[in-house]
Design a protein around this ligand. Structure first.
Ligand SMILES: Nc1nc2c(c(=O)[nH]1)N[C@H]1C(S)=C(S)[C@@H](COP(=O)(O)OP(=O)(O)OC[C@H]3O[C@@H](n4cnc5c(=O)[nH]c(N)nc54)[C@H](O)[C@@H]3O)O[C@H]1N2
Ligand SMILES: Nc1nc2c(c(=O)[nH]1)N[C@H]1C(S)=C(S)[C@@H](COP(=O)(O)OP(=O)(O)OC[C@H]3O[C@@H](n4cnc5c(=O)[nH]c(N)nc54)[C@H](O)[C@@H]3O)O[C@H]1N2
Ligand SMILES: [Mo]
Length: 777
C-alpha cells in the first residue's frame, strides 16, 4: 500500500517506532464472488427458521444442537449469547430464539476441535492470512497455548505455567498502570465482578471494555440528563406504547426478537417511525416465524413513517421536530416540564438558534416530512425511543442522544407506562459487566463499598478506556494486555495502529473460545486461555454452577449451560480469574479466591454486599425469569444532581465532509456477530457471498465516474492523515446522496484512532470521510 504511515498524532511519543504488522495479517483482501439480489422488504419468516436450523445442525450436530436450542432463553436455561434483548417476563414460547441467536450458539457448540497439532502445523503468519470466517470454522480451542518470544507457532502450556508467566510479567511492571485488562460483553456478572476485584487489588483501573466502542455515548448522555446510564423501559411497555421511534438501529439483524415486541405494539395500535439512512428489511415488515401466518409469508407491516436521514443528520432532524413542537406550543406537557425537569429555557433558546436551512441540509429531510413526524409526536404521549450504533458512534453522539431525551421530556414521555428511553444494548451482558464495576472511571461510592467489603484501598485514579489503551500500548506506556473475551485487534479503530500497539507489548493474553485475529498479532509473548462457553456445563468442586447476566432492560437472570464442555482442559472465566489472582497477588490479597470460585453463590453474596439492588441475590436469581434492578426514572424520579430530569442545550453541530468526499458508515451484515463472521450472506440487503463491498447512491457512483461492479480503493481523510483500504466492489444501493456504507471490521483500518465522540470517547465508526478511486490492479 502506497499511503503515508498513519500513526496518530496525539499522545506521547514512543521510545522506538513499533514494529508494523504485515498488512495482510490485519485483513485479507481476497474477493469471494459477489451475487446481488433485490433487498428484502420484510424480515424473518420461514427462511430465518431454515437458516437457523441449518447452522445449528451442521456445526453442532443434531443432538447437541437441538438440546441447546430448546434451552435457549428459557427460564433456568441458557441466556442467549447473541444480543441483550430481554425475554418476555411471563409466558415464553418454546422457540424463544432467533436466527442469529441460533447462529451464535451453533458457533459456540461447534463439534470441531483445535488441537496442538493444528498449531504445530500452522504458523501464526499462515493463520493470519486466512479470513475471519475461516478462523471461526476451525472449531473450539481445547487447551492453553503459548507463543514464546521469537517463535511463530503456538505450543501447549499447562495452566499453572500460564498463570505463573502472566503473574511474573505483571509483577515485573514498574507500575500496575502499565497493564490493561479488557472485557468483551459476554462475561457473566460473577466473572466480571471477580475480574474487576482482581484488577483493582493489583492496583489499577485500566479496565477498558467493548462498551467504550458501543453504548458509551448513551451512558454519558443519560446519566446527567435522567440520573441513570441505562434505559427506562420494560418489555411490556412496548405493547402499551402509542408511538415507537427507532433511530440508528437494524433490529431485523441485530435484535431480531425485538420484532416480536414491535409486532405486538403494532397490533395494539402503536405507530412506528424508523430513522435510518438505509431501508432495513426488519424495519419494514415482520413475518413472525412463531405464527402460521408468518411462516406462510404474511408479514405485519411495521413502519408508518420512514425517514432516510443522512448519516450524522439525527441531531438536525431532532432539532427540527422540537422546533415545530415548541413553536406550536400546544403539544408540550407543561405540568411535567414544570414539575419534573429543569433547563427548559436554555434549551428553547438554543433551539431557536438552529436554522431550517441547516436542519434540512444536514438531515436531508424536507421540512414537510419533519412536520409530519412532529404531528405524530404531538398526537401521542406514550412514546418510546429506541436507538443503537447509528446514534452512538458519531462525534456528536452524546449531544444527539440528549436531544432525543429532550424530545421525550417535552412530551412527558419518561417514567410512565408505555413510554421511555430504550438504548438497545449489544453484547448479551455488556450492561451487567458495567453494573459489576467493569469501568475505567468507577464512581467513588463503588470503590468505597468494594474497599470496605474486601478490606483494601482500591486505586481511585481513572484508568484507560479502549482508545486510550491503544495509545498507551503504542507509546510504550502499557506493556501487558489481557483480554477477557473479544477480538480487540479487529473490533477497535485504526487496525494498523492497534496492530503495532499490540506488537509493542511484552505480553498479550486472550481468554477465548475460538481462534481470532487478536491471537495472531501479538506481544513478545502471547497466551491463549481457552474457557467454557455459556452453553456448557460449569462444574466447580463437584457442583454444577450457574451464572447471571443483565439484559438491556435491567433484568438479572440466571444462565445455566448444559452441554458437555468442548474439552476437559477448559476452565470457566471465574476459575481463570481466581487462579490468576492467586498467582499474581499471593499473600498480598486476603480474598478467599478459590472459595469464591468453588461456589458462585459465594460470589453473589459479595456482589449483594457491594452493589445496590441485589438483595437476596441468590434466591432471586433462582426465581424463574430473574428480577429487575431498581430504575428510578422508570418510576418517574430522577436521581440527578438537582433531582430533576435535565433538558440539555446544545448548538446544532455542523457535520459534513469536504467536497468530493463521501461519509462512510461501517455496519454489520446479517451473517456476523461483530468480528465473528458466520457466513457471507447479507440476506436482507440482497448482498451475497462478498464482504468487500461499498454501498453507494446511483448519483454518487455516476459523479465519481464509476459504475456498479467497479473495484475501488477507499481513502479515509482525517486532519492531514490518510488511510487506505484497497479493493472494494461498488454496489448501487438506496442510500442518501453523499453517504456510503461498508462492513465492519473490513474497514476499521479507515476509522481514525483520534476521531472520537465528545465526552464518551467512542470511535466515530459511523462517520468516516472517504474518497474512492478505481483500483490500479
Ligand atoms: N446478529 C447480530 N446481532 C448483534 C450484533 C451482531 O454483530 N450480529 N452485534 C451486537 C452488538 S455488540 C451491538 S452494539 C448491536 C448493534 O446493533 P445496530 O446498532 O443495529 O448495528 P449496526 O449494524 O452497527 O447498525 C446500525 C444501524 O444504524 C444505521 N445508521 C448508521 N449511521 C446512522 C446515522 O447517522 N443515523 C441513523 N439514524 N442511522 C444510522 C445503519 O444504517 C444501521 O441500520 O447488535 C448486537 N447484536
Ligand atoms: N468499525 C466498527 N467497529 C466497531 C463497531 C462498528 O459498528 N463499526 N462496533 C463496536 C461494538 S458495538 C462492539 S460491542 C465491539 C465488539 O468488540 P469485541 O467484543 O471485542 O468483539 P467480538 O467480535 O464481539 O468478540 C468476539 C470474540 O469473543 C470471544 N468469545 C465469544 N464468546 C466468548 C465467551 O463466552 N468467553 C470468552 N472469554 N470469549 C468469548 C471469541 O473468541 C470471539 O472471537 O466492536 C466495535 N467495533
Ligand atoms: Mo456493541
Amino acid at each position: 500500500m502506497d499511503h503515508e504511515p498513519n500513526l496518530s498524532t496525539s499522545g506521547g511519543s514512543a521510545d522506538r517506532p513499533p514494529a508494523q504488522p504485515a498488512p495482510e495479517a490485519l485483513c485479507p483482501e481476497e474477493f469471494t464472488g459477489l451475487k446481488l439480489t433485490e433487498p428484502k422488504s420484510a424480515a424473518a419468516g420461514a427462511t430465518a427458521v431454515a437458516v437457523s436450523l441449518g447452522h445449528v445442525f451442521s456445526t453442532a450436530g443434531f443432538r447437541r444442537g437441538f438440546r441447546t436450542l430448546t434451552l435457549l432463553n428459557q427460564a433456568q436455561g441458557v441466556d442467549c449469547p447473541s444480543c441483550a434483548w430481554p425475554d418476555p417476563d411471563g409466558h415464553r414460547s418454546l422457540t424463544e430464539f432467533c436466527e442469529n441467536g441460533a447462529k451464535a450458539i451453533a458457533w459456540e457448540a461447534d463439534t470441531r476441535r483445535l488441537t496442538s497439532e493444528f498449531f504445530r502445523t500452522h504458523s501464526i503468519d499462515e493463520l493470519a492470512k486466512q479470513t475471519d470466517y475461516w478462523h471461526g470454522q476451525q472449531g473450539r480451542l481445547t487447551e492453553p497455548l503459548v507463543l514464546r518470544p521469537g517463535s511463530r507457532h503456538y505450543e501447549p502450556i499447562t495452566w499453572d505455567a500460564a498463570f505463573r508467566l502472566i503473574a511474573d510479567e505483571l509483577n515485573a511492571l514498574a507500575s500496575p498502570d502499565e497493564a490493561l485488562f479488557y472485557t468483551s460483553g459476554r462475561t457473566s456478572n460473577e466473572a466480571a465482578f471477580l475480574y474487576q476485584l482482581f484488577v483493582r487489588q493489583f492496583g489499577t483501573n485500566n479496565l477498558p471494555d467493548c462498551s467504550n466502542m458501543c453504548h458509551e455515548s448513551s451512558g454519558s448522555a443519560l446519566t446527567p440528563s435522567v440520573g441513570i446510564g441505562k434505559g427506562t423501559v420494560k418489555l411490556e411497555d412496548f405493547e402499551k406504547s402509542q408511538l415507537i421511534l427507532i433511530l440508528g438501529q437494524n433490529p431485523g439483524t441485530n435484535h431480531p426478537r425485538m420484532l416480536t415486541a414491535l409486532q405486538a405494539a403494532k397490533r395494539a395500535g402503536a405507530k412506528i417511525v424508523a430513522i435510518n439512512p438505509l431501508k432495513e428489511a426488519g424495519l419494514l415488515a415482520f413475518r413472525n416465524p412463531q405464527e402460521v401466518s408468518g411462516m406462510l409469508g404474511f408479514g405485519t407491516p411495521l413502519t408508518d413513517l420512514y425517514l432516510q436521514v443522512r448519516i450524522g443528520g439525527d441531531q438536525a432532524l431532532l432539532k427540527g421536530v422540537m422546533k415545530v413542537l415548541v413553536e406550536r406550543g400546544t403539544a408540550l406537557d407543561r405540568a411535567f416540564i414544570a414539575e419534573k425537569t429543569d433547563g427548559f429555557d436554555a434549551f428553547t433558546a438554543a433551539l431557536a438558534e438552529a436554522s431550517w436551512e441547516q436542519i434540512t441540509a444536514q438531515s436531508g429531510i424536507a421540512r414537510e416530512v419533519i412536520e409530519q413526524l412532529a404531528d405524530l409526536i404531538a398526537a401521542n404521549e406514550r412514546i418510546i425511543a429506541c436507538w443503537a450504533m447509528g446514534l452512538t458512534q458519531h462525534k456528536h453522539a452524546v449531544a444527539t442522544i440528549q436531544e432525543l431525551v429532550n424530545l421525550l421530556l417535552l412530551r412527558g414521555s419518561i417514567g410512565k407506562p408505555g413510554a421511555g428511553l430504550c438504548p438497545v444494548r449489544g453484547h448479551s451482558n455488556v450492561q451487567g459487566d458495567r453494573t459489576m464495576g467493569i469501568f475505567e472511571r468507577p464512581a467513588a461510592w463503588f470503590l468505597d463499598a468494594l474497599g470496605r467489603e474486601f478490606n483494601f484501598a482500591p486505586p481511585d485514579k481513572h484508568g484507560f478506556d479502549a482508545v486510550e489503551a491503544i495509545r498507551a500500548m503504542r507509546d510504550g506506556r502499557a506493556k501487558v494486555f489481557f483480554a477477557m473475551g473479544g477480538n480487540f485487534l479487529s473490533a477497535t479503530p485504526d487496525t494498523e495502529v492497534t496492530g503495532s500497539a499490540l506488537k509493542n507489548c511484552r505480553l498479550t493474553v486472550h481468554v477465548s473460545i475460538k481462534l481470532n485475529r487478536s491471537h495472531l498479532v501479538t506481544g513478545r509473548t502471547a497466551l491463549i486461555l481457552p474457557c467454557l462457553g455459556r452453553t456448557e456445563r460449569d462444574t466447580q468442586n463437584g457442583k454444577e454452577q450457574f451464572v447471571t447476566t443483565e439484559n438491556s432492560m435491567g433484568v438479572i437472570q440466571m444462565s445455566r449451560g448444559s452441554l458437555v464442555p468442548a474439552s476437559r482442559h477448559l476452565l470457566s472465566e471465574v476459575a481463570i480469574v481466581a487462579r490468576l489472582a492467586e498467582a499474581t497477588l499471593g499473600a498480598r490479597s486476603a480474598v478467599p479466591w478459590s472459595e469464591l470460585a468453588n461456589d458462585y453463590d459465594r460470589i453473589r453474596e459479595r456482589i449483594e454486599r457491594v452493589i445496590p439492588g441485589f438483595q437476596d441475590y441468590n434466591a432471586r436469581a433462582r426465581h424463574p425469569g430473574g428480577f429487575y434492578l431498581p430504575n428510578p426514572p422508570r418510576e418517574g424520579t430522577f436521581p440527578t444532581a438537582t433531582g430533576k430530569a435535565r433538558f440539555t442545550s446544545h448548538p446544532l453541530h455542523a457535520v459534513g465532509v469536504d467536497p468530493g468526499q463521501l461519509v462512510m458508515m461501517t455496519i454489520r451484515t446479517h451473517d456476523q456477530f461483530n468480528t465473528t463472521v458466520y457466513g457471507l450472506d447479507d440476506r436482507y440487503r440482497g448482498i451475497k457471498h462478498e464482504r468487500r463491498v461499498v454501498l453507494m447512491n446511483a448519483a454518487d457512483i455516476r459523479a465519481a465516474g464509476l459504475a456498479a461492479g467497479d473495484v475501488v480503493d477507499l481513502t479515509g481523510h482525517y486532519r492531514r492523515e490518510r488511510r487506505v483500504a484497497p479493493h472494494f466492489i461498488v454496489v448501487e444501493y438506496d442510500i442518501p446522496p453523499g453517504c456510503c456504507a461498508t462492513y465492519f471490521p473490513e474497514t476499521n483500518v479507515l476509522v481514525p484512532l483520534d476521531s472520537t465522540a465528545d465526552i464518551s470517547n467512542t470511535p466515530t465508526s459511523k462517520f468516516v470521510a472517504v474518497t474512492l478511486a478505481r483500483s490500479a490492479n
